[in-house]
Each structure stands twice: as C-alpha cells, then as structure tokens.
Design a protein around this ligand. Structure first.
Ligand SMILES: [Zn+2]
Ligand SMILES: [Zn+2]
Length: 286
C-alpha cells in the first residue's frame, strides 16, 4: 500500500482566516496559568495571593476528570443545577493542606455551607450581584463554577457570526478580564478573555471593548509606550480595560498578568476611568 503524498498548500498572503472564538484546551491552559502565576509571585508585593491563585488553578485542573452536568453554558443555570458543588468539595480538599491559616478558615466556612446556600451565593455571582456574597468566599465559589461553565462552553455549539463583536462573552455572557494581543500563528490579533468560561473572542484593535468607540482612546502604562500591559481607556464611555501583549511578553497570561498589575488599575481609576471587566481573583466588591 502506497501512502498518498502530503499536499502542502501555502496560504497566499492576506488569506489567513482567524477564529472568532477560541476555546483553549483546559488542561494545558490551567497548567500554563498556574506556572505564570508562580513566576509572577517571585518578589511581588502580592506574592502570597498570586501563589494562592496558582493553587486554586491547580485545583481547577484536578477537577477536569470529575462528572459535569450536561447543561448549556448559562452561568446562572449551572449555578442552580450544575454539579459544581462536588467540584468545590474536591477543590477544598485539595487546597486545605496547602494554604495559610486565614485562608483555611474561609475554606472551612465554605465546607460547612449547606448546598442550598452555596447555590444561592453562586447564582448571585453568576448574575453579577457580587455584594451579596462574602468576598472571602467568592473567589473559591467562582473557581468551582468556572470549572464547570468552562467545560460546558467547550461542549456547546459555537454561536453564529454577529455583525458586532460583543463586549461580553458570546458563549456564557460574562464580562472579560482583559484583552490579549496574540503571537504565533495569530500574531497581532486581539481577543477578549472571559472571566468565567476561559474562552476568548475576537475584537479588532484600537477600539473601545466596552462601547465600540474608536475616537477617544488613551493608553496608560507605567513604562514606555511599548509596555506589555497597558490600560486602554475610552473618553467616550469613561471605561478602561487592560490590553496584555503576548507579542511583547510571550509568557503572558490574561488572568495572571492582570492580577499582578492591579497597581495599574489604581492609576486608571485615579485618572477617573472605571474598569469595564473584572478578574476572577479580584471580583468586584459590589
Ligand atoms: Zn464565557
Ligand atoms: Zn468606550
């Protein structure tokens, strides 16, 4: 039997088709994020918290083999009826021996919380009612819910193309963490990263990710204009969101690098801009 020859068809320039939605493999993705969080933690003033975020990410990865309900990626629906409370128990067991005493207290509180109360809290988070949930418990509930919604988002059919690139996740409807400029095959393309399902959706560059205006953008950073992390601030709607460039730092991870640069958020809010999205490890306070 002779094998058919492989055909190599080079793409003519300009014909590169990009995917409107990216759904990165979760095992690879969690491992990369945890490594990045640990790398950024070295010598950082939020070192302990970055390491905790890495441990939570490891715990999410450890849940990948656990059963998940066959539900669409609707955050409130999964909060109400998903199997994530079992994922939360696994995560708590995984984290308990690793964390410092104050965190262990929060984990014990969550462990003792009856399922109905866990679901009520997760529904509030899914609906953006962050002030209804104890901020010490919220990141762990979010992480467990995220681990199930992320899997549901990967099993769901891709939504059809839309005329406008949406400000919120086209798969689960959650706000973005930040946007990332990609490198490699997708060099130069900008994607927003979902704070809950860890998918990415395309958004053209140099346009406000919140209101779509392109006329009044300003880029704030501490270093040079070539800094890998900048806050893209919009004078039209008064919001900002960070843009993280993998072209300038190949190891950058949206959640990790955003969390390690919260000091840039302080600077942007001192300039009068309000953040249009949020980080899963720095949920809005209400
Ligand atoms: Zn999403
Ligand atoms: Zn705007």
């Amino acid at each position: 039997m002779t094998e058919a020859p492989l055909l190599h068809a080079p793409q003519p320039p300009g014909s590169h088709h990009f995917a409107p939605i990216l759904r990165p493999d979760l095992a690879t993705f969690y491992a990369r994020r945890a490594a990045r969080l640990r790398a950024l933690a070295a010598g950082h003033e939020l070192s302990e918290y970055l390491v905790l975020a890495a441990q939570v990410t490891d715990a999410q990865a450890a849940c990948l083999g656990a059963p998940a309900a066959d539900l669409p990626p609707d955050p409130a629906g999964i909060a109400a009826a998903g199997l994530w409370p079992a994922l939360l128990d696994r995560m708590l067991a995984d984290l308990r021996p690793k964390v410092a005493a104050p965190v262990r207290e929060a984990l014990a509180q969550l462990q003792a919380l009856p399922e109905a109360a866990r679901r009520t809290a997760a529904i509030a988070l899914a609906e953006g009612r962050f002030d209804a949930v104890d901020p010490a418990l919220a990141p762990f509930l979010w992480a467990a819910l995220s681990a199930e919604v992320a899997r549901a988002a990967r099993a769901a059919p891709l939504p059809g193309p839309t005329a406008q690139e949406p400000p919120d996740c086209p798969l689960c409807g959650t706000a973005p963490v930040a946007s990332t400029i990609l490198t490699g095959d997708d060099q130069g393309l900008r994607y927003l990263h979902c704070a809950l399902c860890d998918c990415d959706w395309h958004m053209v560059r140099a346009k406000c990710t919140n209101c779509g205006d392109a006329g009044q953008l300003d880029y704030l950073s501490f270093e040079t204009p070539e800094a890998p992390i900048r806050a893209e601030a919009c004078g039209a709607c008064g919001s900002y969101l960070k843009v993280i460039s993998q072209e300038r730092d190949r190891e950058a991870d949206t959640v990790a690098d955003d969390l390690a640069s919260l000091v840039l958020d302080d600077a942007a809010s001192a300039e009068g801009f309000g953040r249009s999205g949020f980080n899963p490890f720095a949920l809005p306070s209400g």
